[in-house]
Design a protein around this ligand. Structure first.
Ligand code: Z5A
Length: 212
């Protein structure tokens, strides 16, 4: 309903393979929305600053080993640690541009062979994004960009499996953007989509939970 008291910030998630341009586009969106006078913050998962985040970081840099299920639950816990702050920010009118979220959690773990429904379960009850912007790029093309670093998942064969898992997660809140286009072209498309979403949430749109 369109009461002014229901006005809130938008929860906008960027998803895509490694090197698809999420970080670059996220900072451009922030500047754009700030320039228009909106209250906006840049978030990312994993949030490596929390205790759980440090365990994840050590796993990603191959400094520690963990069972696939255990690391999956840590990624999820890392989002749960931030859920109440996320809700408070949104309700206070701040839009959040989030670099990776539950969809990364499910796509990466199911690419390892874990059951997709099992992967979704711990994400249920986290806030559902108002919009998921999927930066769509062929894994081969992404691999050409600046080269992969040494982190655990940065291998072409694995990224192919992740791309497949992502395809199974698309729903009505997803918008796919051709991320192999030049940065400015991607930026232009994203700006239009984001502004539309921010306006809708400002007018008042109920918050909902993921996969419920
Ligand atoms: N993971 C998980 O398993 N479970 C979970 O629940 C979550 C994550 C949340 C770490 O994530 C890993 O954790 C990640 C998924 C897994 N593993 N992988 N792969 P992260 O967020 O720390 O790392 P990342 O997302 O892979 O970040 P990234 O390497 O920084 O990629 P990016 O943000 O998408 O791209 P970028 O930094 O903006 O750009 C990459 C390069 O391409 C850079 O040199 C740019 O200048 C260039 N670029 C960008 N756009 C373009 C265009 N349009 N044209 C040409 N060149 C471009």
């Amino acid at each position: 309903n369109g009461h002014k008291s229901d006005s809130r910030g938008a929860l906008i998630v960027l998803e895509g393979l490694d090197r698809s341009g999420k970080t670059s586009q996220s900072s451009r969106l922030i500047s754009y929305l700030e320039g228009l006078g909106h209250s906006v913050e840049s978030w990312r998962f994993p949030d490596r600053n929390t205790g759980v985040g440090q365990m994840i970081s050590s796993y990603l840099t191959n400094k520690s080993q963990l069972d696939d299920h255990a690391i999956h639950l840590l990624f999820s816990a890392n989002r749960w640690e931030k859920r109440s702050l996320m809700e408070a920010k949104l309700r206070s009118g701040t839009t959040l541009i989030v670099d990776r979220y539950s969809f990364s959690g499910v796509a990466f773990s199911s690419a390892k062979g874990l059951d997709m429904e099992w992967c979704k379960a711990p994400e249920m009850g986290l806030l559902a994004p108002d919009m998921v912007l999927y930066l769509d790029i062929p894994p081969e093309k992404a691999a050409e960009r600046g080269g992969y670093g040494g982190e655990r998942y940065e291998q072409l064969e694995f990224q192919r499996k992740v791309a497949h898992s992502y395809q199974l997660l698309h729903d009505a809140s997803w918008k796919s953007i051709d991320a192999s286009l030049p940065m400015e072209d991607v930026e232009k498309k994203l700006k239009e989509m984001v502004l539309d979403c921010v306006t809708t949430c400002q007018k008042g749109k109920a918050l909902s939970n993921l996969w419920s």
